[in-house]
Design a protein around this ligand. Structure first.
Ligand code: ZN
Length: 427
């Protein structure tokens, strides 16, 4: 059969034309393929320029199951596509790359942690334990009535917040210290410390330590000579114990008024205190009746001092002091005479420039302490008159001595060349 003018394939019958749609598709397909071969269209040029897409179309077009040859072709084609093709797809996450059991385990762990945090947030695990404050105690530490409490130390800790010492609020109350601390959850702890005051003063005096405010810029190192007249007596040993406790040395102007206590002179001297003669009898009428009577009395006392201590003394104090006017009742001008004679005999006599006020029949600890402390700023060297025959004076020393030491004063025993604090003779 020859080629028709319409271009229809040769041998096509009217019956064949009824199947035109199917035949046309096949025909157009065939036509396109024949046109490709001819290489006449632009599309065909673009297709042929791609070495990848073109073969794929060829392998996909045949109908029917893929044969082994085709599979190899596809496989090799995929290898050809290489990394440039995969890079265009979404990358797998780290979790997706993990084996499934491991990923599940991580998920469960995250969920548990999330729930735990949520519970804490909701208050299910709220901190209900308050912090703990611990107070340190220095053994034997007591606060004297005039002293401020010196902190012995404290610390604070919390089960969750750790050390909270820096956050403790400390306040000083009348007789105790208050310590407060709060943890981050708001739990508050408050503890108190009783200030370890020495209550002896109140028990002995029946009142509080006198509130004395003195201004003595020269207090540091200023000499204070505590002198005790008219003993030794029944309270002298107690005084010696107090002096020994604070390690201070004083001066005793001794008498023979209490023969049973005579051996205390030995103890006083042995402890390093100064011993001076005050008279044997302290009997004004007797000793100021004449200068002979006076020196006879003094010599007897000197003998007792020598017996007790093994040596004599060149320190003395007149009964009533060199300025006493009572002596005028017995001998006019006797103090003028006696003070000169004392010098000639090699004695230094001492008066005082601060009196404790305990010479009379009335008195108490407050009076002694107040009188002495208030007199200190007025003297360059303080020669203090006291009597160890007065119980309240001896008791007052338990407080006065530490007060003097706390305030910088230097408690010393009188020596021959110490400040004599002469009053000036009046008779
Ligand atoms: Zn006296």
């Amino acid at each position: 059969m020859k080629k028709s003018t319409t271009g229809e394939p040769a041998g096509q019958t009217p019956a064949n034309r009824k199947k035109a749609p199917q035949g046309a598709r096949k025909g157009s397909n065939v036509t396109l393929r024949s046109g490709q071969r001819a290489g006449t269209t632009a599309q065909s040029r673009r297709d042929s320029s791609s070495p990848v897409r073109n073969p794929r179309r060829r392998t996909a077009s045949p109908a029917g199951p893929m044969n082994p040859m085709n599979r190899r072709a596809v496989s090799s084609q995929r290898q050809l596509q290489g990394p440039s093709s995969r890079g265009k797809r979404r990358k797998k996450t780290l979790l997706e790359q993990l084996p499934r059991p491991v990923a599940a385990l991580i998920f469960i762990l995250c969920a548990v942690l999330f729930l735990f945090g949520l519970l804490r947030l909701l208050g299910a695990g709220k901190d209900k334990v308050p912090p703990v404050i611990s107070l340190d105690h220095e053994e034997g530490y007591v606060v004297m009535p005039w002293q401020e409490y010196k902190e012995e130390g404290f610390s604070a800790s919390d089960d969750r917040d750790g050390d909270l010492t820096d956050q403790v609020e400390r306040s000083v109350l009348e007789d105790r210290i208050c310590y407060k601390v709060t943890d981050s959850a708001g739990n508050l702890t408050v503890v108190y410390r009783d200030i370890p005051y020495d209550t002896g003063y109140r028990e002995a005096a029946g009142k509080d330590f006198p509130k004395i405010h003195i201004d003595d810029p020269d207090a540091e190192g200023k000499a204070v000579y505590l002198t005790f007249d008219d003993g030794p007596g029944v309270y002298t040993e107690q005084l010696l114990d107090t002096l020994d406790r604070y390690g201070v040395k004083v001066t005793f102007f001794v008498t023979g008024s209490f023969p049973a206590c005579e051996d205390m002179i030995k103890k006083e001297d042995a402890a390093g205190h100064s011993i001076g003669i005050h008279t044997l009898t302290h009997d004004f009428a007797k000793i100021y009746s004449s200068d002979k009577a006076f020196w006879k009395d003094i010599d007897k006392m000197q003998a007792i001092v020598q017996k007790q201590t093994g040596h004599t003394t060149n320190l003395m104090r007149f009964a009533g002091g060199s300025s006493n006017s009572i002596s005028a009742n017995y001998t006019t001008g006797i103090m003028t005479l006696l003070t000169k004679q004392a010098e000639q005999k090699g004695f230094q006599y001492f008066d005082w420039n601060i009196s404790s006020g305990d010479g009379g029949s009335e008195g108490d600890m407050n009076m002694v302490i107040t009188n002495i402390i208030s007199g200190l700023p007025n003297q360059d060297a303080c020669v203090v008159l006291c009597h160890d025959t007065k119980e309240y004076t001896v008791k007052a020393m338990e407080y006065l001595i530490p007060w003097l030491l706390d305030h910088g004063y230097s408690i010393q025993p009188l020596q021959f060349d110490s400040e004599p604090a002469h009053h000036g003779v009046q008779n």
